[in-house]
Design a protein around this ligand. Structure first.
Ligand SMILES: O=C(O)CCC(=O)C(=O)O
Length: 280
């Protein structure tokens, strides 16, 4: 029941990423977008002031962040607030992301990640007992959508052996203007450079980020409905969105739970084990 052709698999193995066009249908995209609109409308910003700092994740030591693993939680853009601490624009244009259990709690999102095509894709990639460990709806708001600095997803979702894959679905068209993904093709072959560790004091990286040459990155511009499959060791980033257009995306991270150990130092510590998508 594999979904990828051998050419696609070859591309993924050599480049560390792959774009699958029209992976999600218009109805699926609309369902997720509409539901997110409702969730944001119902959200009371005064209930939290959790800012998702895309530059300095070390600030994120609060319980709201840790508890979001099994909830639907809201994180603001860093530039959403004025000097007086109030939001500078409506909440609908102020939220950086919503996470990290949309795939478990919200039916429109759950339906996508438990679909046959999603499982077939994981099967094509060789997964035996895949489990979604986190999901995020990322807004990349017009004008203030924060940059995401170069990183590897396995830093945050480490297993032994390493099995993390990112699945990034464009809800809206992603272009260089509104902050599409950029990646260094083939960089996954150089291994994991650092880990993001949680201990009793919070979270931190075990070593500083290497500096990357921006010339090595290529843009991954995609249409709404396209899925970008990202190897856990691929160096990727996205720039601040200074354009007047948002760039919504639904991002999932999957690991194999067959014969692989979830690192206890990862920031995600679940009370309830995630259900595998299938067992083969
Ligand atoms: O959506 C973005 O701008 C970055 C997302 C990302 O890097 C990820 O989901 O791993």
């Amino acid at each position: 029941m594999g979904l990828l052709s051998s050419d696609q698999l070859q591309f993924f193995n050599s480049q560390g990423y792959l774009v699958i066009e029209s992976f999600a249908g218009e109805d699926e995209i609309e369902g997720m977008m509409k539901r997110m609109e409702q969730l944001v409308d119902n959200f009371d910003p005064s209930s939290t002031a959790s800012i998702f700092s895309t530059k300095n994740q070390q600030k994120l030591t609060d319980d709201y962040f840790f508890d979001s693993v099994e909830r639907v939680s809201f994180f603001f853009e860093e530039k959403a607030f004025g000097d007086n601490g109030d939001l500078k624009q409506p909440k609908q244009l102020s939220i950086n992301k919503v996470g990290h259990a949309l795939h478990e709690i919200e039916p429109a999102f759950k339906k996508f990640s438990s679909s046959q095509k999603f499982s077939s894709l994981m099967h094509s990639l060789g997964y035996k007992r895949p489990a979604v460990m986190q999901s995020m709806y990322i807004f990349k708001q017009p004008g203030i959508g924060g940059e995401v600095v170069p990183h590897q997803d396995s830093s945050f979702l480490y297993t032994e052996p390493q099995t993390c894959t990112g699945l990034w679905l464009a809800i809206e068209d992603a272009t260089k203007l509104n902050g599409c993904l950029w990646a260094i093709p083939g960089s996954h072959k150089n291994g994991l450079v650092r880990r993001f560790l949680r201990d009793e004091n919070g979270v931190k990286f075990d070593r500083p980020s290497p500096s990357y040459d921006q010339k090595d990155f290529v843009p991954i511009e995609v249409k709404s409905g396209s899925l970008v499959v990202i190897h856990g060791d691929l160096i990727h980033q996205s720039f601040e969105n200074l354009s007047p257009k948002s760039r919504h995306a639904y991002s999932l991270h999957v690991v194999d739970t067959d014969g692989c150990k979830w690192a206890p130092e990862n920031w995600i510590r679940r009370k309830v084990e995630p259900e595998p998508l299938y067992v083969s």
